[in-house]
Ligand binder design. Structure first.
Ligand SMILES: [Zn+2]
Ligand SMILES: [Zn+2]
Length: 283
């Protein structure tokens, strides 16, 4: 264990119990303790669209972490931000795009890690019958995962249900939404708040470990924390003709504070690209 953050307190801004999966990694890898201030992060926007989000995920996460640091008067802060939608490379697949940022005001840097996971129940639907609604519940993994429902034609924005935990509670909410919607349809969506979405919680856990590991790794040049993989060099050469391919040739590691960086060959020991990836041999 490195000494960078040992016995230090870090503010984690969350109102959805993310400390349960983030704190263990920051304790085991860094010896740090997370403090969770009581802050209403909904002012920064909510998932179900009642308050529109401003700024990109990193900016929002930084704002959120800063709120927690101000409330606790700490120099270290953490916050995470998730976004959900089509996979960037496989558009038919839904994905959970998670970001976790750490701010260090003692040393003057912030560092974030990201993770894209296909392990998500992210979905929405507009339905008119209870049978269709129950199909949605099955694919949404209800009741282990939460769902949110509201009238599709949404006149009164107070009619929204986020806390149904049983089929009975869901059915009751469904009836109210259906009666309150002038088109008789109900809007359903998966609840992506971390405490109601164990799939998302487990992605955040993996990400927390990744970020804590990086904060535990000192830069080989200046010895400050945060050394890690920051990019790749492409151009692995074809095994037959030595033409450069799109395959990764090396990982780039760099420091958050100084200019030092290193390029390291692929970890899997692959020195040449298989012929089928070659634009010359296999155009
Ligand atoms: Zn450095
Ligand atoms: Zn070739």
């Amino acid at each position: 264990m490195t000494i960078f953050y040992r016995e230090q307190n870090i503010a984690l801004t969350t109102k959805h119990q993310k400390e349960n999966v983030i704190a263990p990694h920051f304790r085991d890898l860094l010896g740090a303790t997370l403090l969770v201030p009581q802050i209403d992060t909904d002012v920064l926007g909510t998932f179900s669209g009642e308050i529109e989000r401003k700024g990109n995920a990193l900016e929002t996460a930084i704002q959120k972490a800063r709120l927690g640091m101000q409330a606790t008067n700490l120099s270290y802060g953490l916050a995470s931000e998730g976004s959900f939608g089509p996979h960037p490379y496989i558009p038919l697949l839904s994905c959970d795009n998670e970001l976790l940022v750490f701010i260090d005001d003692e040393r003057g840097f912030h560092l974030h890690e990201m993770l894209i996971s296909e392990e998500t129940n992210y979905a929405h639907a507009c339905v008119s019958t209870l049978e269709q609604a129950h199909q949605f519940l099955n694919s949404a993994k209800f009741p282990s995962h939460g769902v949110i429902l509201r009238p599709n034609d949404w006149q009164d924005h107070r009619i929204i249900f986020k806390d149904a935990e049983t089929i009975t509670a869901f059915n009751k909410a469904f009836d109210i939404c259906k009666l309150s919607s002038s088109d008789g349809q109900v809007w359903l969506e998966t609840d992506m708040r971390a405490h109601r979405n164990p799939s998302r919680m487990s992605v955040i856990a993996t990400l927390a470990e990744k970020l804590a590991r990086r904060l535990a790794t000192p830069c080989p040049s200046c010895a400050l924390p945060g050394w890690g993989r920051t990019g790749v060099n492409r151009g692995l050469e074809c095994e037959m003709c030595r033409t450069e391919t799109e395959m990764v040739k090396a990982d780039i590691f760099s420091c958050v504070m100084c200019d030092y960086s290193e390029s390291k060959p692929r970890l899997d020991g692959l020195w040449y690209a298989p012929q089928e990836y070659c634009p010359y041999c296999n155009p």
